[in-house]
Design a protein around this ligand. Sequence first.
Ligand SMILES: Cc1cc2nc3c(=O)[nH]c(=O)nc-3n(C[C@H](O)[C@H](O)[C@H](O)COP(=O)(O)OP(=O)(O)OC[C@H]3O[C@@H](n4cnc5c(N)ncnc54)[C@H](O)[C@@H]3O)c2cc1C
Length: 349
Amino acid sequence: MSKQVDYLIIGQGLAGSILSWELIKQGCTVHLVDNQQENASQIAAGLINPITGMRLVKHNKLDTLLPCAKQTYQELSQFFSQDFYIEKPMLRILRNEKELLKFQQRIQEPAYHKYLDTELKSAPAILNAPLGIIQQQQTGYLLTQNLLACLKNFLQAKQAYQRTQFVYQDLNIDNAINWQGITAKKVIFCEGYLAIHNPWFKHLAFQLAKGEILTLTTQQTLAPELLNYGHWLIPINKHQFRTGATFDTINLNTQATDLGKSTLLHALAQTIPTLATASIDKHQANIRPTTLDKMPFIGLHPKYQNLAIFNGFGAKGSLQIPYYSQHFVQHLLHKAPIAPEINSQRFSG
Ligand SMILES: Cc1cc2nc3c(=O)[nH]c(=O)nc-3n(C[C@H](O)[C@H](O)[C@H](O)COP(=O)(O)OP(=O)(O)OC[C@H]3O[C@@H](n4cnc5c(N)ncnc54)[C@H](O)[C@@H]3O)c2cc1C
């Protein structure tokens, strides 16, 4: 193959896919290479949850990230004539007195009004929630697998997609980028957790976290809302749901384990005892590209300016990737500065 493109992109998870979409929108040409292994994006729940953790904290860039994510998924929905982002309220079970106090504090803060209903509700009998439940707004989930399939077809139709393992030694970076006859201005690595093997970016402080997730079917009719009880439950339809995810920073492999399964089933049975008999349809595991300072890695290699990385979206890919794709494209095309807190050069090689 002999071809010239603006950007060679490695990895078709959510990061490589949305970045390619944004570059193409700006009139650039791309060639995307992916090995088609099951990746984190494909198994992810795709949740967007503005208020997280025991302290009910709002993400500090939420008011920038969330509108951009919604607008991007809306634009993609229109283009492909199907919905990708399902917005639904999330019921959150208060698990202890500290959470209850935090809730009472947060509802006094104007910044939280859009995201948190002020009413503390008593839980329906089916839920084990003695301290009550609160309702979060502007929550939802991305149908990532469907979106990735559409974007893959879109790239294939442009002859801009190649299924293969990218081998680092095959890349010539001396003058222009050259890989298997393809020349490019830059190669952008969007390899998810596999970036730890990348010889040019392995100095970056990834702190990976494996996650396991279950898909189950129940005879019971499920309530339509998302549920958060430390773990989460997403009703996919009236009888099928997903629950997850475990968070394991030690066993960094993609094997689904008995321990992961029993952890999720135990938490489920404690919270909604009637779901204890649900049957398991699928049990999946993969690795989140989480980072030491919890911020993404975006930018150019400190020495080789034709090598770039777009990675480190951790457990919040659905929320962060659309905005940071646009941010990075502004840098690539117009030299707009990359925000220092996400610039991959904050860690030196
Ligand atoms: C169990 C679980 C639950 C999650 N839940 C959520 C959630 O609810 N909400 C949320 O926002 N995020 C969630 N995440 C995190 C989310 O999955 C990530 O933030 C996001 O998907 C990362 O996308 P990525 O494109 O960077 O990586 P990936 O999706 O891992 O994609 C990287 C791609 O690069 C390819 N690749 C790598 N190296 C090479 C090579 N040398 N040659 C060819 N191809 C290569 C890989 O095969 C892969 O296809 C979850 C993750 C897990 C594991």
